[in-house]
Design a protein around this ligand. Structure first.
Ligand code: SAH
Length: 217
């Protein structure tokens, strides 16, 4: 049963309040999107009650995690998504970040390298009527067939910024990618100018599961 009860909605409201008042998230579109997506329905049922609306990351199977709401909010705000934009996401995971981007009006293309998660994200999103273009594959090579993208978001810790992703970013495009191989990554924002110049800025330290390239297809 996919239920969004008043109790769930109440907890979600408190999470949005926490992000806004205590964690400094001020992008109204992001707060609204997080307020609309039933995060608990991206969790295994037994964990709904205790974990879905805490500002923490949580295991989703296959050794991966659903990102912490603060992290989802920060990346979504840095992306400056507006309605109708084409967004490439690397690391579909649970599909939660995908849903937040769809709520913000994006047309989302998302790649996941673990078959099990690719299937569960697909099921989660379609049950909630979120339409996304989901792919099972390797995010390092992006999705050339649908490039260029107005925005690119990487939701796993990358050892370096994949060159192919920069190539698939449209002029005036923005990419957010957590870079670093240890426990912590630096949130890197990459802006591509009209004529293809690249500007990189750094936006704090976060903790992500690693972006891997050892998977065989
Ligand atoms: N956006 C997700 C976060 C999931 S964690 C959410 O909201 O739930 C990061 C995900 O990146 C994991 O599911 C992991 O399997 C995936 N991943 C790791 N390396 C990848 C790669 N090379 N290509 C695509 N996905 C990758």
């Amino acid at each position: 049963m996919m239920k969004d009860t008043l109790r769930d909605q109440g907890k979600r409201k408190l999470l949005v309040q926490e992000l806004q008042e205590k964690k400094g998230i001020d992008n109204v579109n992001v707060l609204k999107a997080i307020g609309n997506v039933p995060r608990h329905l991206f969790f295994d049922k037994v964990f709904h009650d205790n974990f879905a609306y805490k500002d923490v990351a949580f295991p989703i199977g296959a050794g991966q995690t659903i990102s912490q709401p603060f992290t989802v909010a920060t990346q979504s705000a840095l992306l400056k998504v507006t309605r109708g934009m084409k967004v490439l996401e690397v690391g579909t995971g649970s599909g939660y970040q995908t849903a937040v981007l769809i709520e913000m009006g994006a047309k989302v293309y998302s790649i996941e390298r673990q078959r099990e998660l690719f299937h569960s994200a697909k099921a989660n999103l379609s049950k909630l009527n979120y339409r996304a273009n989901l792919f099972f594959g390797d995010g390092y090579i992006g999705k050339e067939a649908f490039a260029p993208f107005d925005r690119i978001i990487v939701t796993c810790g990358a050892p370096f910024v994949p060159e192919e992703l920069i190539n698939q970013l449209a002029p005036n495009g923005i990419m957010v990618v957590p870079v670093g191989e240890g426990v912590n990554q630096t949130m890197v924002l990459i802006e591509k100018s009209e004529n293809g110049e690249i500007i990189k800025t750094e936006h704090g330290s976060f903790s992500f599961v690693p972006m891997l390239n050892d998977k065989q297809y």
